[in-house]
Design a protein around this ligand. Structure first.
Ligand SMILES: [Fe+2]
Length: 417
């Protein structure tokens, strides 16, 4: 599956922020709503109608589905329960565009999303416009005593939509990578630059440290509660593992050395014939990789992307290191001792995706899609080049199954001292 849209834990009604009137909060939420909704359309604008239909694997969803699903989210969780004047755009859409909310009713089979040619892209655009107008009207007209609750749901919907904006890119890149003509998503796209400076390892502050979300700003409920973790004496890499380092792993026959791999990982190497990170291929004797700007020679100094947890773990073993724990990563990021924590590649940790001590899922349908995924997945930290601006957080917990490698996932190492 694609990353689950995570269950939210709003910290406080935005209208009640000190010094902000309800009218000002209304104006701010309309502006934020329009900005986030426009970003989804901006990311989709590079794609043809045909591009927007394709589903290249069960884990990935068509662009058109993403555009409609995030719209359904506002319709289902904001408009239907809170706006008596709202009329559902099309009674058939909830079945098509509900992802996995059992409490919200039956839904279409995920692996068959690519078979849905109708509603077409124009219909989805009309659906978006219908819901946009209704949400803006609700924000502008909601009575003051209901404003906090409405703004909370708008906020959740916007963070949810931002998650799908990242998935929109990872999913279309996977689709384009299946195409022998190497399509280009955006010819002007450029990869972010990794930090320069001395490489090596830095000590993470040891001892009992607070981990998890604190403060009044938004977070998802899986980042709570704030709790203590014991940090051992450990050093963490300042930088991310590079493509050049990964080429060394390949040259050393890392993909052919069973002793480096977890058993399940070795099974995947053999079943999928993995010989390099996702999207890498040899062209005229040089490693190339599919990117958002098409097929490009790999940059030796750039951080490696599109590696699974299994590959990250095998590489760490090859290097005589290990992957950081979630807590080690978070304390390092909070204390600002690592480079490129955000904005390039999500970083696998050695931690299974589990509830923090005392965690309880939210009540109701919106609480469905976080706690119930806390099984058999691994946590990644940081953010990636595809993460929308303003969506990243030091306490953010992303999670995927260990074989997944179509996300912008990379590696940061650690070593015990
Ligand atoms: Fe979702």
């Amino acid at each position: 599956m694609a990353r689950s849209a995570m269950s939210p834990a709003p910290r406080r009604g935005p209208a009640s922020e000190a010094g902000r009137s309800v009218d000002q909060a209304r104006a701010d939420w309309v502006r934020d709503f329009r900005r986030v909704r426009a970003e989804t359309e901006a990311r989709s604008a590079h794609l043809s109608v045909e591009d927007q239909i394709v589903q290249s694997m069960a884990d990935a969803s068509p662009t058109k589905w993403h555009r409609a699903h995030v719209t359904w989210f506002f319709e289902q969780f904001l408009l239907v329960p809170h706006d008596p004047s709202y009329r559902v755009f099309d009674q058939r859409f909830p079945f098509l565009f509900n992802s996995y909310y059992v409490a919200a009713g039956p839904r279409h089979a995920r692996p068959q999303r690519g078979l849905i040619t109708r509603p077409n892209s124009e219909d989805v655009s009309a659906y978006r416009a219908h819901v946009d107008a209704a949400v803006v009207r609700l924000i502008e007209q909601v009575p003051a005593e209901m404003a906090d609750r409405i703004f909370e749901i708008v906020e959740i919907g916007l963070h949810h939509e931002q998650q799908h904006q990242e998935l929109l890119l990872t999913d279309i890149l996977h689709a384009f990578a299946q195409n022998p003509t190497d399509p280009v998503y955006d010819a002007n796209w450029r990869p972010p630059h990794a930090a320069q400076g001395p490489r090596g390892y830095v000590e993470v502050p040891p001892g009992i440290q607070a981990v998890g979300h604190s403060g009044e700003k938004f977070c998802f409920d899986n980042e709570t509660p704030l709790h203590d973790e014991l940090i051992p004496h450990v050093r963490i890499a300042r930088h991310l593992v590079t493509n050049a380092e990964w080429v060394e792993f390949i040259r050393a026959e890392g993909y052919a050395t069973a002793s480096l791999w977890l058993s399940d990982g070795w099974s995947m190497v053999q079943a999928e014939n993995w010989q390099a990170p996702g999207y890498w291929r040899q062209k005229e004797g040089t490693w190339h990789a599919m990117t958002l700007a098409g097929l490009k020679p790999i940059d030796p100094n750039a951080p490696v992307q599109h590696v699974s947890y299994y590959e990250a773990e095998a590489f760490a073993r090859f290097a005589g290191k290990h992957l950081p724990s979630e807590a080690e990563w978070e304390v390092a990021a909070r204390t600002n001792i690592i480079a490129d924590a955000f904005g390039i590649a999500w970083q696998w940790t050695r931690c299974a995706y589990l509830p923090y001590p005392g965690y309880r899922p939210a009540e109701g349908a919106l609480g469905e899609y976080n706690g119930k995924f806390m099984i058999s997945q691994m946590v990644l930290r940081g953010s990636s080049l595809a993460t929308p601006e303003g969506h990243e957080r030091v306490s953010y917990r992303n999670f995927f199954y260990p074989p997944a490698r179509w996300q912008f996932s990379g590696v940061r190492l650690a070593e015990f001292v």
